[in-house]
Design a protein around this ligand. Structure first.
Ligand SMILES: N[C@@H](CCC(=O)N[C@@H](CS)C(=O)NCC(=O)O)C(=O)O
Length: 205
């Protein structure tokens, strides 16, 4: 059975997977899902109802980082993570905390900046991400996982405090990651995606 990816063009998590497929030389036509009207077969695959979802010969995976790790191993992407065990751990920690804290805070702060004052440690977390990025390859897994969100942060609010802090700590790394062929080839239309994000966040058009 061929591999199937449920995706949505504007979704940064889905772009991670599509970029990874490009990176390992497996460009793949995804099944595009309208998130406002999800078809029954896409909902039947994942308890979260979110994209991306990958189906590979009976194996169903969701969560973009898990899917990307799986595909990187399956296709023997040797440069995915640093060869150094300690640096690898830093890179994995950076992406976990980006997903759990930094990216959500960026989006929440566009509606209410008070969320940043309530969690002042976020700057420390961004500094740790910057340290991990310093010794990572922008065309490796860390860059590939961060770039889709970095792209959208730049489109939406490049001067928001979280975006500014990321630029100060890891701007060159993030810009190089965003310009990599795999990320560039899978980037969605800017105007349409920005409009979708603004509508979802209630920011007006
Ligand atoms: N942690 C998930 C996040 C996935 C996610 O939030 N996907 C969004 C679109 S970007 C989604 O499908 N949301 C469900 C919905 O809109 O109903 C991952 O990394 O895959």
């Amino acid at each position: 059975m061929p591999m199937r990816l449920f995706s949505a063009a504007g979704c940064p998590s889905a772009q991670r997977v599509r970029a990874l497929q490009q990176q390992v030389g497996l460009p793949h036509e995804p099944r595009e899902i309208d998130l406002s009207r999800k078809p029954a077969d896409s909902l039947a695959h994942s308890p979260t109802g979110a994209v991306p979802v990958l189906e590979d010969d009976g194996l169903v995976l969701f969560e973009s980082t898990v899917i990307c790790e799986y595909l990187a191993e399956r296709h023997g992407w040797r440069g995915a993570w640093s060869p150094d065990i300690r640096q690898r751990a830093r890179e994995r920690l950076a992406i976990k905390r980006f997903d759990d804290l930094v990216a959500p805070l960026f989006f929440q702060s566009l509606q209410d900046t008070a969320v940043l004052e309530a969690r002042p440690q976020w700057r420390w977390e961004v500094a740790l991400l910057g340290q991990a990025a310093r010794d990572a390859s922008p065309t490796g897994m860390l860059g590939l996982l961060l770039a889709p969100n970095w792209l959208r942060m730049g489109w939406l609010a490049p001067d928001a405090p979280v975006a500014r802090a990321l630029r100060d700590e890891a701007g060159a790394f993030l810009d190089q990651a965003m310009a990599s062929p795999a990320v560039a080839a899978t980037s969605p239309d800017r105007a349409h995606t920005t409009q979708q994000m603004r509508a979802r966040l209630g920011l007006g058009l």
